[in-house]
Design a protein around this ligand. Sequence first.
Ligand code: GUN
Length: 288
Amino acid sequence: MAARLIDGKALAQTVRDRIAADTKDLQAKTGVRPGLATILVGEDPASALYVRSKQKACEAAGISIEDFKLSAATSQAELLTLVEKMNHDPNIHGILVQLPLPKQIDTKVILNAVDPLKDADGFHPYNLGKLVEGNPVFEACTPKGIIAMIDSTGVAIEGKRAVVVGRSNIVGKPVALMLLHRHATVTVCHSKTKDLPAVCREADILVVAIGKAKFVTADMVKDGAVVIDVGTNRLADGKFVGDVDFEPVSQRAGWISPVPGGVGPMTITMLLANTLESAKRTAVAKAT
Ligand code: GUN
């Protein structure tokens, strides 16, 4: 039987409509309008497009944008000065430094410099630590979007075998922790995992984030599994495909997310959600 589609685009729109209504309400009641600073260093076209999508989604939801585009030659000290300025700007509730950064800049130093209470991307070590503790302030956007997508299927996470393929700090590790907190039994696979197909076949929930086009084939998927494809790989013909071989896998899975139109729109939506949550915390702090 063909899998049911997890339509990230439609789900994202539903959540964004709610965020827009909450944003309007917050501003009417408290005068606080959520604000996001976006910082793009350099001219990488893919990063520029990604930042533009985030800005458009924010504006559509009533979240204000402070847009910073810095030259590829920007020094680490200059970027730190801007981050520090945004940390102290009362109209800014979220700070997004688009990655990757040029090589003269140490990404870790920059991520550490963002105020953890404005870390809408959830990349600061403080927020990663809070996630380990099970008490997150900001959750990273892609993992948070993935959990919302799994929840949208109605399939319970508790007690399931979840397999995460990929161990990055921004997707694999945090999503594994979130699944663990939701009481899944979680296995994290990576390039050194022995017999990866056999491990994947045990998954009731399979999250794939390794950046290899069509890596997961139908023989690696359990009948009826929920399959979340985080990859966006550009092929020679310019088309984007995920890390999952969509057509054959959708003959076996119970649920599957497409690329494009799956995780991508949900990642952006969770950035909006995090910025709004941060603005709400500011409003509460102001009132007390
Ligand atoms: N580069 C690729 N994905 C992301 C993301 O989610 N946030 C930031 N800041 N940079 C990225």
